[in-house]
Design a protein around this ligand. Structure first.
Ligand code: AMP
Ligand code: ZN
Length: 116
């Protein structure tokens, strides 16, 4: 299931180090290497899924688990009541650069809308 050419699969396999903050049966989360907020965590499924367009009906529980991870981490980081953003980019026009789906969790500052 892991893709040897996928950066996030390599993090899952332990080939590339990451600051892991959360792990479950279906997902892991680690601190973004180029943070855009005081807390910027990337939450990924253990299953390699390239883009939102590749999510199958069978993957719904896995994708849902990314959001329960987000709320858990937000609570641990102390900004669940203040507010935060959980966002997933799809394909190039949205800025997706790593083709293994991931939820960006951004918190710890006021976030403007719309994003750029
Ligand atoms: P996206 O542009 O939506 O595909 O998001 C990819 C994210 O992965 C970016 O925010 C990058 O900063 C982040 N990233 C890339 N390489 C690493 C890495 N080795 N460890 C942690 N985060 C990374
Ligand atoms: Zn992957």
């Amino acid at each position: 299931m892991a893709d040897k050419d996928c950066l996030f699969c390599r993090i899952l396999d332990g080939d590339i180090p990451a600051d892991i903050v959360y792990e479950s049966d279906t997902a892991i989360a680690f601190r973004d290497i180029n943070p855009q907020a005081p807390t910027h965590v990337v939450i990924i499924p253990r299953k390699h899924i390239a883009t939102i367009n590749d999510i199958d009906a069978d993957d719904q529980a896995i994708v849902g688990s990314l959001y329960t991870a987000a709320s858990t981490i937000a609570r641990e980081e102390g900004f669940s009541e203040q507010g935060y953003r959980a966002v997933m980019n799809c394909n190039k026009a949205a800025g997706q650069t790593v083709f293994h789906i991931h939820l960006h969790l951004l918190g710890g500052r006021v976030l403007t809308w719309p994003p750029g």
